[in-house]
Write a protein that binds this ligand. Structure first.
Ligand code: NDP
Length: 281
């Protein structure tokens, strides 16, 4: 029978563990705080920021909210980041993406101190992951490793195929699977005969950004399938990059959408906030 990997339940377990850790810090007089910066009025971003603040509240992390108008200049934003970088009471800094067009996203992300970069997007943290040093790891791929481990899926020695090579999902995902001793292949839009590649996978991670792209013929019998994609289909229902109905009966384990990878991202963000206390010691 196919194991449905329950990201909602696992993320709740993680949040409860983190809540205890935060309480222990508080008992020692240490409050953990996350600065959340939102520029503009993008409704999806407002929802994401709201969810992050809610998670902070649940765990006991103080969230400092900076909601800036659409016309905020790059200079003003960089000034705020500099202030937060130098404020010892701030542990983590998060800038919600996307930023309004006039602001250079890369410049802004690179301005965040690598020691407070809880999204794990700063080149120093990406480099640290690459050479196996300590740092912040991008939340979605870090969450996928937790999902696999907590569902009893062994990674060491397995054929792992990651479809997608974005900086926030595909690339860090492949590095993390390698760190866990998987044999890793990264596929992308220029991969020849994608089916032949994905059918080799014991563990298949899909982060393409195309609804229901991966159907049963891409998947080996008994594979573990992790679906990172998130889309709203014609009936306003959420679906992933994997055609769940055709793929699920073939695999040993699969993440649903919603309720799979999605909830893990925020849980790992909270984990990174706590990790920032260790890194800043
Ligand atoms: P990007 O668009 O940045 O990257 C997509 C990747 O998929 C690229 O590397 C691209 O290849 C590859 N790709 C596109 N088409 C094909 C194809 N036909 N065959 C093989 N590879 C292909 O997306 P993200 O990585 O940011 O996100 C992927 C999905 O995950 C999206 O649906 C996004 O919404 C979702 N997501 C979900 C999160 C969560 O918390 N659940 C968090 C982040 C993302 P190439 O490089 O050659 O162009």
């Amino acid at each position: 029978m196919t194991q449905i990997i329950d990201g909602k339940k696992i993320s709740q377990e993680i949040k409860d563990e983190l809540k205890e850790k935060v309480a222990a810090y508080k008992a020692n007089g240490k409050e953990i705080s996350l600065a959340v910066i939102l520029v503009g009025n993008d409704p999806a971003s407002q929802v994401y920021v709201g969810n992050k603040k809610k998670a902070c509240e649940y765990i006991g992390i103080k969230s400092l909210s900076y909601e800036l108008p659409e016309e905020t200049s790059e200079e003003e934003l960089l000034k705020l980041i500099d202030k937060l970088n130098n404020d010892p009471s701030v542990n983590g800094i998060l800038v919600q993406l996307p930023l309004p067009g006039a602001i250079d996203e890369e410049k802004v992300l690179n301005a965040i101190s690598p020691l407070k970069d809880v999204d794990g997007f700063h080149p120093m943290n990406v480099g640290a992951l690459c050479i196996g040093k300590e740092g912040f790891v991008s939340c979605t791929p870090a969450g996928i490793i937790e999902l696999l481990k907590r569902s009893g899926v062994e990674i060491a020695g397995k054929e792992c195929v990651v479809v997608g090579r974005s900086n926030i999902v595909g690339k860090p995902m492949s590095l993390l699977l390698l760190r866990e001793n998987g044999t890793v292949t990264v596929a992308h839009s220029k991969t020849r005969d994608l089916k032949e590649v994905t059918k080799r996978a014991d563990i298949l991670v899909v982060a393409i950004g195309k609804p229901k792209f991966i159907t049963a013929e891409y998947v080996k019998d008994g594979a573990v399938v992790i679906d990172v994609g998130i889309h709203r289909n014609e009936d306003k229902k959420l679906c992933g990059d994997v055609d769940y109905e055709s793929v699920a009966p073939k695999c040993s384990a699969i993440t649903p959408v919603p309720g799979g990878v999605g909830p893990m991202t925020i849980a790992m963000l909270m984990n990174n906030c706590i990790h920032s206390v260790e890194l800043n010691k």
